[in-house]
Design a protein around this ligand. Sequence first.
Ligand code: AVJ
Length: 312
Amino acid sequence: MLKTLEIVDPAFRADVLNGLAEPIPAIPARWLYDRRGSELFDEITRLPEYYPTRTETALLEDRIDELARLVPADSAVIEFGAGSATKTPILLRAAKPKAYVPIDISGDYLRESAARVDAEFPGLAVHPVEADFTNHVDLPAAIDGMPRLGFFPGSTIGNFVPQSATDLLRHFRSILGTGARLLIGMDRVKPVDRLIAAYDDPKGVTAEFNLNLLRRINRELGGDIPLDAFRHQARWNDMMGRIEMHLVATRDVEFQIEDRRFSFAKGRSIHTENSHKYGPRGARLLLLAGGWTPLAEWTAPDEDFALILAEA
Ligand code: AVJ
């Protein structure tokens, strides 16, 4: 039988082995997104309980004309993450930039979404950049001299603890340069029952998304974690203003990854994701701390979600 060899990502390996050995075990959320994880996230965005994607998309759609008036002509749009098939075209159609630069760590996703945009916008110069946007990024020389609009939708900023979030915003500022603009989506604080429902849906898609991380560890790192020994949990951490995803041991369990043994007592958890929620002041303060001055803000009905345009 032919076995497809997956090349072990040394960063994944290090994050898992070190993260599981921490006093409070935690694995960074970015590792949730292998192919299956990305498919499951896609499915999450279509769940009735998961409001962020459809709320942000509707908000963008409703207010795009106003927004486009604040974007200089002949701009380059730089998107942090491969473009979403629904949100990106709304912005490109209205803002009519000269160039579009999606930046993503996953080459496959990047090429797919770049090809889609290229086909839909014949006059637009599309320059995909395969890179981890938290690290050094070289923008293509082709956009030199164009006014820049960064686009960071999806409330992805919420995955970062505030210290890393401000570091990231400052990093965006150094990539885009002084005078650049940034359109960013941030999820708002709301009643806990709605938040929990969004991150622990009755169909169990989010549970599957979370547990898929253990599958990935077993497959890519040769682990033997019994999946039935962990269950998905969404918690609201009020002090930190965030939803946390955990994988909680349902019984005492031992497992091995490479030559390392781990033991989890019943009830101990692996923290797998943070999703910070911001109020109006918190959102603006985060941007200011990251070197961005808010210029305009649009919020969805019931203040469920905010899009903020800021200037470097
Ligand atoms: C893609 C990071 C915005 O935090 O809401 C959805 C990921 N996790 N359900 C979020 C996620 C569980 C999502 N982000």
